[in-house]
Design a protein around this ligand. Structure first.
Ligand code: ATP
Length: 315
């Protein structure tokens, strides 16, 4: 069994340094919240498997190549002869403001089904990581996520769930109908403060109540990400805070996925809560300090780079 299994949609992302309407060049990158987390964990030496569906096209071949190059197992990837791999366009408007446009309706990634993820769950994992993006893609993808969450819980696999609300894919009302059942199967729920109510609709009056309501449902770890203000972990009703590192921000996309990879890595290594949150903050800092969703994520040896003073050249 691998350390971490995750599935969802991975896409080609054409990144433009400015305004697409001005034309010019864009850079092809791999995007997808779940594959970002898998890559982050793989760089830290954990074994990871990404399951998902790709088109039989050049973007799909690119995605597969990137995942393999990062050491993510792709033996559970399925291929769709008829649907294309999804695409997105990203405009970096300022260092901490990006705009995306999706071309993923009817994509291969949206055609996920229970049958396609079943073998990967059967193969086992220490952690199953899911996001609230996949259920927004299609009814069959939503079914697959809920089925996997329940199957993993029943098999004793730790379930991690990042709420990751995407307003361009569905409404908050639709998300609030679908996500609580998934969150209720999770051991770890990760969200930003404004997303919490989507995972626990009965807790509208803030973070403390939401964390308590999730704890009542058996979610032992509730992690709230706060961007430059760091993150809080609610463990058995007690808050633990970690500050964000002070870095020159170059691109904030992917910070959340990086943080999640760091947190889950700490969990796999048996670290205590504070150390798990700190590893999350280190990965988040690497992600925001360099352009790209995951390209700058550290190897295990590089985690220690963070102990250096700012301005250091390691020779
Ligand atoms: P995204 O959806 O853009 O990936 P998110 O909202 O899921 O992001 P954030 O809370 O923005 O996640 O970021 C996760 C973590 O990354 C933060 O807890 C923090 O440790 C780190 N981080 C984010 N923004 C910054 C920043 N400006 N400076 C330093 N660290 C940051």
């Amino acid at each position: 069994a691998v350390d971490v299994l995750t599935f969802g949609e991975s896409m080609g992302s054409f990144r433009h340094a400015g305004l697409l309407r001005m034309g010019g060049s864009a850079q092809l990158c791999l995007a997808g919240a779940e594959s970002n987390v898998a890559i982050g964990l793989s760089r830290l030496g954990h074994t990871t498997r990404w399951a998902g569906r790709l088109g039989q096209d050049e973007i799909g071949a690119f995605a597969l190549r990137q995942l393999r190059a990062e050491g993510v197992l792709t033996d559970a990837v399925s291929h769709d002869e008829h649907r294309p791999t999804g695409l997105m366009l990203l405009e970096q408007r300022t260092a901490d403001l990006a705009r995306v446009q999706y071309y993923r309706a009817g994509s291969a990634g949206a055609a996920l089904t229970i049958d396609l993820v079943r073998p990967a769950i059967a193969a086992g994992a220490r952690i199953l990581h899911l996001t609230g993006i996949t259920p927004a893609l299609s009814a069959s993808a939503a079914e697959a996520v809920l089925w996997a969450a329940r199957a993993a819980r029943d098999a004793g696999i730790l379930v991690s769930f990042d709420v990751n609300f995407r307003a361009k894919l569905w409404t908050a009302e639709q998300a609030a109908e679908t996500l609580p059942a998934i969150a209720a199967c999770a051991d770890v729920v990760i969200a930003s403060e404004d997303e919490l109510a989507l995972a626990v609709p009965e807790a509208h009056d803030g973070e403390v109540a939401a964390a308590a309501a999730l704890a009542d449902k058996g979610v032992g770890q509730v992690i709230i990400k706060r961007g430059a203000d760091g993150a809080t972990g609610w463990i058995d009703g007690q808050p633990r805070h970690v500050a964000a590192h002070k870095v020159v921000v170059r691109d904030t996309v992917g910070a959340g996925d990086a943080f999640t990879a760091g947190y889950l890595s700490g969990l796999l290594d048996g670290l205590d809560v504070q150390a798990r949150l700190e590893r999350g903050a280190i990965l988040g800092a690497f992600a925001v300090g360099y352009p790209g969703d995951w390209e700058a994520l550290p190897t295990r040896a590089e985690l220690r780079l963070w102990e250096q003073q700012a301005g250091t050249t390691v020779r």
